[in-house]
Design a protein around this ligand. Structure first.
Ligand code: SF4
Length: 446
């Protein structure tokens, strides 16, 4: 948990010298507690005070880095149980499992497909982050080759999963310098795997049957000088996994250091729809990594959408810049559609305009990132704000007509917008899904 101002104050020099730019040490401590200033602004803090503050303010959940370069993924470092208190920081890494029992051709094409599992949603690229190579063959040479192929063909960082530490050593050596996550499923081999992780500078995921066993194991692993740890609580039913995930999160936020690590969780359903449901549930409830067999686009899009929603900042609406956007190459007869600057609203309209293949202008009005009806209800999307945005955009210099298409849900604004702007208002469809058909069948600049 974050330190309070008073807890920080105890470790400051208490001289009120003002060298940090604050009138008192207490004022400085209060600002530090809200992360508005860092400790290095106080030049007088003692080494002892600094050490105490750094150790006490260490995140309760270890930051773990997997992969390198553009494939690098960071998990952990979370500080909250509830996202309304402060956003969750490190989105769950999604890993698709590939068995090393597949032949080379099948494995390579599956890895390549996994690497391409990405989508554009509300202007953000979202996709699978990791490829999990499962040593189901129990063969060291096969595992090593599968690891190489999966990494090369997917372009993603790897999770190497085995029950045997020596097989892990061989596969990890094959990916030397690429920092795969080593997952050892046999807890009896966790210490041997920790030596491999240390030798290869890789993070290590360990499985323990229950939280007590896990806590005991992390102590042993730490003693081998390995801190980059990921926890698998061993449960495999969704109910038991959720229970374990929640308990670990609660305990780690209470600074119970033996469990202060990110968690890896697995989907176990064989039904494809349930695989997506399980993965989404685990994303929503604290999993740092979710390993799944789901690899179809229709399965992963809802999981990635859930992740994107969970890891946005609930205190900051997701907004696009408020301005005039061109879709295609609109000419002087192009339609002008108005919407709000809520990302989802804007991108829904943009997607439908693109689908219509009719070049158009979209005017995004600043409604502080709220959707059409919410903005209208709070009087942020009104005749005044639309007219101001229209004038600021200077769209009248780009089109020959004076017709503005407003969302059907706010048809009530039409008279006011016409009065204030002097433009004719056309009532567009209520839902963005109707825009393509509207532009093709009803839009006319004349
Ligand atoms: Fe206190 Fe340090 Fe600020 Fe001086 S510089 S007022 S000692 S916090």
């Amino acid at each position: 948990m974050a330190l309070t101002g008073l807890e920080i104050y105890k470790h400051l020099p208490k001289t009120n010298c003002k060298d940090c730019g604050f009138p008192t040490c207490l004022a400085f401590a209060m600002k530090m507690a809200t992360k508005q200033v860092s400790l290095d602004k106080c030049p007088h803090v003692t080494a002892q005070g600094k050490a105490a503050l750094e150790s006490a303010s260490r995140p309760p959940i270890q930051l773990v880095v997997i992969g390198t370069g553009s494939a690098e993924i960071k998990i952990g470092n979370e500080t909250q149980l509830y996202r309304h208190e402060e956003k969750f920081h490190r989105p769950t890494a999604l890993a698709v499992r590939i068995s090393d029992t597949l032949d080379d051709g099948a494995l390579a094409s599956r890895a390549e497909a996994v690497g391409k599992l990405a989508f554009e949603r509300v202007g953000v690229r979202i996709g699978v982050n990791l490829v999990a190579v499962d040593n189901a063959s129990r063969d060291a040479a096969r595992f090593e080759k599968a690891a190489r192929l999966a990494a090369e063909k997917s372009g993603l960082a790897c999770v190497l999963m085995s029950a045997d530490a020596e097989r892990l050593r061989r596969a990890a050596a094959a990916l030397s310098g690429q920092r795969p996550l080593l997952y050892i499923s046999d807890s009896a081999q966790a210490e041997a795997a920790a030596r491999v992780a240390k030798d290869e500078s890789c993070p290590l995921a360990i499985r323990g049957e229950g939280l007590e066993a896990l806590a005991e194991l992390t102590g042993k692993i730490n003693a081998l000088d390995v801190e980059q740890i990921v926890l698998d609580p061993g449960a495999r039913s969704l109910k038991a996994t959720l229970e374990a995930l929640t308990k670990i999160r609660r305990l780690s936020l209470k600074n119970f250091r033996p469990l202060g690590y990110p968690i890896i969780a697995f989907t176990t359903a064989t039904d494809p729809t349930m695989q997506a449901v399980e993965a989404s549930t685990l994303v929503a409830k604290y999993a740092g990594i979710v390993v799944t067999d789901a690899c179809e686009k229709w399965q992963l899009l809802p999981v990635l959408t859930t992740r994107q929603d969970i890891y946005t900042d609930p205190q900051k609406p997701v907004a696009v810049e408020s301005k005039l956007y061109s879709v295609g190459e609109p000419g002087t007869d192009a339609p002008v559609l108005v919407t709000t600057n809520f990302s989802l609203s804007y991108y829904s309209v943009e997607g439908e305009v693109e689908a219509s293949r009719i070049p158009a202008y979209i005017l995004s009005v600043d409604t502080e990132g709220t959707s059409v009806l919410t903005a209208w209800a709070s009087d942020k999307f009104n005749a005044d704000s639309i007219t101001k945005a229209l004038k600021k955009s200077e769209v009248e210099q780009k089109v020959a007509h004076r017709k503005l298409v407003i969302p059907g849900f706010v048809a009530v604004l039409s008279a006011g917008v016409e009065d204030e702007s002097g433009w004719s208002v056309l009532i567009g469809p209520k839902e963005a899904s109707g825009i393509s058909s509207y532009l093709k069948k009803q839009w006319s600049p004349n």
